[in-house]
Design a protein around this ligand. Structure first.
Ligand code: ZN
Length: 320
């Protein structure tokens, strides 16, 4: 991919967080609230651990961001979360990406639900009977295994089927993606870019590659030639939204973003990570009890991103 000229600093409006958080307690709650609203996901997770009040405020802001997206798609949070809980479904794709940023970074074109084979039919029925979504047919001549609504390839991601739905009044679009992997959430780590390795569950939000993602950057995972065009189309979509998807872990912009990262950092491409560990997935619960949430909603899976791309690469060094 050609480097395209877009001013790099434009998205970098991150708040410098003080190393000493004590002073935040002296600020009036309205100011804390206002400040928290401007934080990205990584800042929220850092800030929340500094006091109970911050914990409450950050939870509230994250939940509001999720709620705003669900409302945009004509979904009522309590109801859809109940269905997701019952059927072990989660949200990924552009909706799970946009909630990581303050102030609606872009407007997602559709909402993607992921569900396992065991619960798929029940989940579809639940959605049809309790929301205003109805099924729309796939374009003739296409199959779900080669075409997704946005045109990006889904092979190898363990996808068995895709249903397209549309809201009867709002005309917003929903995809229900059936996953045939033993652990549904493992599909997320087979997506074509690290930028999309994020989830919304009924109990919290997770991000696979926060260090890159918070900088609005992702790395491409697979690029077989025959799929290159579709991937390019989708890359254009994210580029238009202010995100970059870089072709390799070793290209200059990615190396710059990862410079000085430590062994065990959530962005390190050489790091084997597990969903349930603190160092694996940047996770934030809507409520306090992280341990319970993790065991109920996050499977015990491990992933290693794109080992082929970093073998024999002397340029990759983690400090320590
Ligand atoms: Zn590393």
């Amino acid at each position: 991919m050609e480097a395209q000229s877009r001013p790099e600093a434009i998205n970098d409006l991150r708040l410098p967080l003080p190393t000493e958080f004590g002073q935040w307690n002296k600020f009036p709650p309205e100011l804390v609230r206002e400040t928290v609203q401007h934080m990205d996901f990584e800042q929220l997770t850092t800030f929340r651990s500094t006091s109970r009040i911050h914990d409450y405020e950050t939870n509230k802001v994250l939940e509001e961001r999720v709620d705003a997206q669900l409302t945009h798609f004509g979904l009522e949070k309590g109801r859809i979360f109940e269905i997701m809980t019952k059927r072990h479904a989660f949200i990924s794709g552009s909706v799970a990406l946009v909630v990581l940023f303050p102030g609606e970074a872009f407007i997602p074109g559709d909402i993607d639900f992921y569900v396992g084979e065991e619960y798929h039919d029940q989940f579809v029925n639940d959605v049809l009977s309790s929301t205003k979504y109805t099924e729309t047919p796939l374009p003739s001549g296409t199959t779900t295994t080669v075409l997704f609504r946005d045109g990006y390839p889904l092979e190898n991601a363990g996808i068995k089927s895709v249903k397209w739905l549309q809201h009867a009044e709002k005309k917003t679009k929903m995809n229900i993606i059936q996953i045939e992997l033993p652990e549904v959430m493992a599909a997320v780590f087979q997506f074509y870019s690290t930028l999309l390795m994020n989830v919304i569950t009924p109990v919290g939000v997770g991000c696979g590659y926060p260090r890159l993602t918070m900088k609005k950057a992702g790395v491409l995972k697979e690029r077989p030639m025959e799929k290159a065009h579709k991937v390019a189309l989708n890359q254009d979509k994210y580029w238009a939204r202010g995100f970059d998807i870089w072709p390799t872990w070793t290209c200059e912009p990615v190396k710059r973003l990862l410079a000085g990262h430590k062994q065990g950092d959530k962005c390190c491409p050489q790091q084997r990570r597990t969903l349930r560990t603190k160092d694996g997935f940047l996770w934030m619960s809507f409520k306090e009890d992280r341990g319970v949430d993790l065991k109920l909603f996050l499977p015990d899976i491990a992933w290693l991103n794109d080992p082929k791309s970093i073998v024999n690469d002397n340029s990759h060094t983690c400090t320590n």
